[in-house]
Design a protein around this ligand. Structure first.
Ligand code: C5P
Length: 239
């Protein structure tokens, strides 16, 4: 895979114009555009079609979490949109993940399209060890241990990979093998501001630890020259 294709640009804006403006500007420098709940809930599924018209691939970061039948049906619709990747919460359970994998694959076969890469979100990186124990009542396990256990269940249930914190990359890679895709946010090149991200890693470190895709927003989008910033990241990945 080319270095550029490993970069997933977070389109954290809420208008079609801003979103498509970024796609037009940065198509040559990133491999995938991440559309999250902000942009998707503002603009609707049309945003996916419009990004495709501009030649971009889409990661729909909607973190589906509901009963198996509902998530399966949603996965079918997102497959019809020909998303490159979408994600679900591993906390929805093995059956939910199995159902969405089955429905998405069946829909892709029916339509003769490429099945989406479905990713599981394990423990949100915003959840601390203390919250896990005192508010979610998961005791006797470190966050990292839970993340690995859920990643293994996700793999068995047919998920193609996970979204995880950079600090969990090597544990998951070790447990789940080389074919399991690892997508990680919290990426900051040395020359950019950390913003509100706490446990950050550089693009190169993420790759060295075993990530397949890195999610980057503000270091590119808010840079004085976004294309130059993306180019610098590509150079760092290729170094
Ligand atoms: O601007 P920045 O590079 O921090 O954007 C990171 C993107 O990755 C945002 O869309 C954010 O919601 C997402 N993300 C994250 N940390 C997670 C999960 C997702 O930063 N644990």
């Amino acid at each position: 895979m080319e270095a550029k294709d490993r970069i997933v640009l977070a389109l954290d804006v809420d208008t079609l114009e801003e979103g498509l403006g970024l796609v037009k500007k940065l198509s040559g420098y990133v491999g995938v555009f991440k559309i999250g709940m902000q942009l998707y809930n503002s603009v609707g599924p049309d945003i996916v079609r419009r990004v495709h018209e501009l030649g971009g691939r889409v990661f729909l970061d909607l973190k589906l979490h509901d009963i198996p039948n509902t998530v399966g049906a949603a996965g079918k619709v997102l497959t019809r949109l020909q998303t490159y990747m979408f994600n679900v919460h591993a906390a929805g359970g093995r059956e939910m993940m199995r159902t969405v994998a089955r429905e998405a694959n069946a829909e892709a076969i029916k339509n003769g399209t490429i099945p989406p890469l479905i990713l599981a979100v394990t423990v949100l990186t915003s959840i601390s060890q203390q919250e896990l124990e005192q508010e979610m009542f998961v005791t006797g396990l470190k966050v990292e241990e839970l993340v690995v256990k859920w990643a293994l269940i996700a793999k068995e249930a047919g998920m193609g990979g996970v979204v995880c914190s950079p600090r969990e990359i090597s544990l998951i890679r070790q447990a789940c093998g080389s074919d399991f895709k690892i997508v990680t946010p919290g990426i900051r090149p040395l020359w950019s501001a950390a913003d509100d991200q706490k446990r950050i890693t550089t693009p190169r470190q993420a790759l060295d630890q075993g990530a397949d895709y890195i999610v980057i927003g503000r270091p590119i989008v808010k840079a004085e020259d976004p294309c130059a910033a993306a180019q610098k990241i590509i150079a760092e990945l290729e170094a």
